[in-house]
Design a protein around this ligand. Structure first.
Ligand SMILES: [Zn+2]
Ligand SMILES: [Zn+2]
Length: 221
């Protein structure tokens, strides 16, 4: 009942877009790539953006996301398909395609934001599109965003987010047994009970997202 609806919704939206954006022979490749990021809110947002925008109207599967620069939560990425590479910039509020690799990066403001005097010096720092640093699934775990539901530090998780901490037992809210105890039921099987639980939770005081809540298995990344 309490599942991570936000992630599932994003994946479902991408699944709808992919067949329109990719020829039959690349479908498998496109779908496999999406599964690498099944728990990564940030990467799924980028993938969705790509299939929604199709920057050059070529129908090609997205096969790589690389990080060229990052500063103050602004990421300059390179999105690669089977035939092309695109510059893409994103922060938590906005994202934009900046054109193809061949054309270079010539946005003056952006170049200077990342510390480059001109497009030449940028091209020198990133000589090979194939050799840019790959984005690692969930690497934004260290950031100010909840890796799962995407809220910012200090904000409330989307209800059902696996990262949310239970205010009763301190465990994982979508795994612990507190909801059954609080509602005095064996199973939370309908919306009425879920709403009731959500009210009790509000009353008790929900725990907002903080960096420390990120799952420990990711610390090694
Ligand atoms: Zn969350
Ligand atoms: Zn609990």
């Amino acid at each position: 009942m309490l599942s991570n609806e936000h992630l599932e919704k994003l994946i479902a939206e991408i699944e709808v877009l992919v067949p329109y954006a990719v020829p039959a022979e690349e479908l498998e490749t496109a779908r496999t790539f999406v599964t690498l990021f099944a728990e990564d809110f940030f990467a799924l947002g980028i993938i969705k953006d790509y299939y929604q925008t199709l920057p050059n109207a070529y129908e090609e599967a997205l096969i790589n996301i690389a990080v060229l620069e990052e500063r103050e939560q602004v990421f300059l990425m390179l999105l690669s398909t089977t035939g092309h590479h695109y510059f893409y910039v994103t922060n938590d509020d906005e994202s934009m395609f900046l054109g193809g690799w061949e054309g270079g990066l010539d946005d003056k403001q952006l170049l200077s934001f990342f510390g480059y005097p001109d497009s030449k010096s940028f091209a020198k720092a990133h000589p090979d599109a194939e050799k840019c640093r790959k984005y690692i699934p969930l690497e934004r775990m260290n950031s100010e965003l909840c890796p799962s539901c995407g809220v910012k530090t200090g904000e409330m998780h989307t209800l059902g987010c696996p990262v949310e901490v239970c205010p009763w037992c301190g465990g994982q809210l979508n795994h612990c047994n507190c909801r059954f105890e609080q509602l005095d039921v064996e199973e939370v099987k309908d919306e009425v009970l879920l709403t009731k639980f959500s009210r009790k939770l509000e009353k008790k005081g929900r725990i907002a997202y903080a960096k420390e809540q990120r799952p420990t298995f990711l610390e090694s990344l």
